[in-house]
Design a protein around this ligand. Structure first.
Ligand SMILES: Cc1cc2nc3c(=O)[nH]c(=O)nc-3n(C[C@H](O)[C@H](O)[C@H](O)COP(=O)(O)OP(=O)(O)OC[C@H]3O[C@@H](n4cnc5c(N)ncnc54)[C@H](O)[C@@H]3O)c2cc1C
Length: 419
């Protein structure tokens, strides 16, 4: 079939690669370069984590939010003037995590996308000729002490019931693995199967190039709509002309909402804006990826240097970046690695802001549209889109292979928002 894939972030390029492998004629549409700075897939934390099954909305979160919001260095901020517009999404977000039963259900649905994500990425990277970009060295959570770890008992319960393997590290073991880590971290948890990417933008570009080698066409354009005859798809329209096709995959990240609306689905999605800063040549730092519990941010060694990523800023897609959020990340690195504090503290060599495409229940939208079975959604992956890209692509390809619904897709259906 001729299949148009809208969006060349990690989700779109993974889908394109699966679909050419299945023998389809694929056109990948994006106004920017695959994995370019415009996409979340360029600037994320690079974690490929089977441990990321813990939704952002958890029971009792509402009690912690005021504390976060009053802490100027905290991990979460709401720009107040956007609050009225954000309220419906925030309400659904809080409800989604209101009970243990709900978050267990969400964790299981996320685990189906994440549990084998390191192996899937390793295989994709090898296929695209860049195996060195995916490293399976484990992912470390650093805590001040065991009590701080135990205070997150529900998060680790969710990880346990979804089969995560981990090792607990005492201070000596922490120091052996990460000698530059500040002495106030005295307890660690190592997600042993976790992996990371050392150059996210180059990786996505390499996957797009592999899809192209397999026969995909890349079109630099913005998709604007769909042409249907009854409920069958005839074409995707773009600002550079029409792409005739029998099927389309909507993988436009946070920008997917309007196109989904044209296909009959009003999906509540907001940007959880995030930031990164890069220290190109830090004097000290982590050997392997670290998440310090007090910073709630990923510290990841990459080919460009130490990438410090995190923060959740709720505002709008169009709002200007607030680079103080990136400064918080840079500043926190000196708390985590005291050797960086010398000479007035670290200075970022590069900063970036991007959009996590987030639904209120923390699950992506994968499945057929209401308007036509020929348009398949693959967006809304929030905090876990990088890790879950390859599995999402397989689900999409399976769905497009047959007339019905693929097994196990019910938790991700857009229909959950129609109720
Ligand atoms: C700070 C931060 C840290 C993160 N850390 C991690 C992490 O460690 N691990 C993890 O798994 N995830 C992480 N994430 C989440 C992850 O980055 C996203 O979930 C994922 O990149 C989303 O991929 P995507 O392909 O759906 O969207 P994107 O990567 O945003 O790509 C969407 C693409 O669609 C294109 N597009 C938009 N509109 C149109 C249109 N009309 N027509 C054609 N093309 C269009 C855009 O140009 C863009 O290239 C993080 C995110 C942030 C912001």
């Amino acid at each position: 079939m001729r299949i148009a894939v809208i969006g060349a972030g990690i989700i779109g390029v993974s889908c394109a690669l699966e679909l050419v492998r299945d023998g389809h004629r694929v056109t990948l549409i994006d106004p920017g370069p695959a994995g370019g700075r415009q996409s979340a897939s360029y600037g994320h934390g690079c974690w490929i984590s089977p441990a990321s099954v813990v939704p952002m909305s958890m029971p009792g979160l509402w009690r912690q939010v005021p504390g976060y919001l009053l802490n100027p260095r905290g991990p979460l901020v709401i720009r107040w003037r956007f609050l009225p517009r954000l309220l419906p999404w925030l309400w659904r977000f809080l409800l989604a995590g209101a009970t243990v039963k709900r978050v267990e259900r969400t964790a299981r649905a996320l685990a189906d996308l994440l549990s084998d994500s390191p192996a899937r990425h390793a295989a994709l990277a090898a296929e695209a000729g860049v195996p060195e970009l995916i490293r399976q060295d484990g992912l470390l959570y650093a805590y001040p002490d065991r009590a701080a770890f135990e205070a997150e008992a529900l998060s680790w319960h969710l990880r346990r019931i979804t089969g995560l393997r981990w090792q607990e590290l005492d201070r000596a073991a922490l120091e052996a693995r990460e000698p530059d880590l500040a002495p106030h971290y005295r307890f660690g948890v190592l997600a042993v199967d976790g992996a990371h990417c050392t150059d996210a933008g180059r990786y996505v570009a390499a996957l797009a190039a592999a899809a192209q080698m397999g026969g995909a066409t890349i079109t630099t354009a913005t998709a604007t709509g769909f042409v249907f005859a009854d409920d069958r798809l005839k074409a995707v329209t773009t600002d550079a002309g029409r792409v005739d096709c029998e099927r389309a995959v909507l993988a436009g990240g946070v920008w997917s909402q309007d196109l989904a609306r044209q296909c009959g689905d009003a999906v509540p999605m907001e940007s959880e804006r995030g930031y990164h800063s890069v220290l190109a040549d830090p004097v000290v730092g982590p050997r392997y990826p670290v998440m310090p519990s007090d910073g709630r941010m990923a510290n990841t060694p990459t080919t460009a240097g130490l990438r410090l990523s995190g923060q959740v800023e709720l505002a709008s897609v169009a709002a200007e970046p607030d680079w103080r959020r990136a400064d918080i990340l840079t500043g926190h690195a000196a708390t985590t690695y005291p050797g960086l504090a010398a000479g007035g503290g670290p200075v970022a060599d590069d900063c970036w802001m991007g959009h996590r495409p987030s639904t209120p229940d923390g699950l992506p939208v994968i499945g057929r549209s209401a308007r036509s079975p020929d348009v398949v959604y693959a967006f809304g992956h929030g905090h876990v889109g990088f890790a879950s890209g390859p599995k999402t692509a397989r689900l999409v390809a399976d769905l497009l292979a047959g007339p019905g619904d693929a097994e196990g897709l019910a938790p991700y259906a857009a229909a959950r928002f129609r109720r």
